[in-house]
Design a protein around this ligand. Structure first.
Ligand SMILES: [Fe+2]
Length: 290
């Protein structure tokens, strides 16, 4: 009788373990392949702002003309909810293999929310109609930054937004075109400017170039979060121009006083899955303090 009862208990335990394992597997699979839009938040402290002062940036990279919800409503309302002081579009917002519909819907939706700044990514150059593409952005009131900078005042805070052209601009220039030299001409004068200085630069792996200048914050995209991630173990398996196990797959990186934030991208690709890597909107709060 005792043996029979023990047998029943062991069988029940086995059943519970199998059920728990199956449940965990379902949960992990769901988490791994969840591709809904998420908000990733960063706080950047700076002594350039007084204690109690702050401003908020929304960073969008690598949309690749994807449409979220009816007429881009999901993405636009998520951006609006963040109440940003500026929206930064850091390249590959358009895609060379897709119509511009998703871009136009986004720009129409966000034009009244806050000032919008944009720099090119490689895919916009691959459209082979870069000037028309930039004009499309301008038509929606976007400030297109072509190796130049602009000022924005938020309350009493002075912010400088600079933007560098994607290196694929070289496809359309003379062989002697010096991408790094153009940056130097554009951004060395920043040393005499005051304010919190932000650089929009599509490619994160070129951080050593950006570090030569007087920026407080650099924002990038391009790496798509390394496409496949294993939380706590692998921050991305592969990224364009960085290869396997990319150093700048996504997240926050510190280089002395400079903070570099790399978006994991807002794209939702159909062919290469994003694993543990949902498309994101990065929200950056810059706050006064040390
Ligand atoms: Fe890119």
């Amino acid at each position: 009788m005792i043996e029979l009862t023990k047998g029943i208990i062991v069988k029940k335990r086995k059943k519970v373990i199998v059920l728990v394992c199956a449940g965990l597997l379902i949960l992990i699979t769901f988490a791994a392949f969840f591709n809904g839009l998420v908000v990733r938040r960063y706080t950047v402290k700076t002594d350039k702002l007084n204690s109690g002062e702050s401003f908020r940036l929304v960073l969008i990279a690598d949309l690749h003309s994807h449409i979220y919800g009816d007429d881009q409503s999901e993405l636009v309302s998520l951006i609006r909810k963040q109440e940003p002081d500026a929206i930064l579009l850091v390249g590959d917002i358009a895609d060379d293999k897709k119509p511009l519909t998703g871009v136009r819907l986004l720009l129409e939706g966000i034009r009244e929310i806050s000032p919008v700044y944009y720099v090119t990514g490689n895919h916009e150059f691959w459209l082979y109609s870069i000037e028309q593409t930039k004009d499309e952005f301008r038509e929606y009131g976007v400030r297109v930054l072509e190796n130049e900078y602009d000022h924005l005042k938020v309350d009493d805070i002075n912010i400088v937004f600079a933007g560098v052209e994607d290196p694929d601009i070289r496809l359309f220039k003379e062989f002697s075109y010096d991408w790094a030299g153009e940056m130097e001409d554009a951004f060395l004068p920043l040393r005499s400017e005051s304010g919190f200085k932000v650089l929009l630069a599509h490619r994160p792996e070129l951080i050593d170039e950006y570090k030569k200048f007087d920026f407080d914050l650099v924002v990038s995209g391009h790496s798509h979060g390394g496409q496949i991630r294993i939380p706590l173990f692998v921050n991305g398996f592969y990224a364009p121009d960085q290869g396997w196990f990319p150093r700048y797959a996504g997240g926050r990186y510190k280089h002395g006083a400079l903070t570099h934030i790399v978006s994991r991208g807002t794209s939702n690709p159909l062919f290469i899955p994003r694993v543990f890597n949902p498309p994101e909107l990065a929200v950056i709060d810059v706050v006064g303090g040390t």
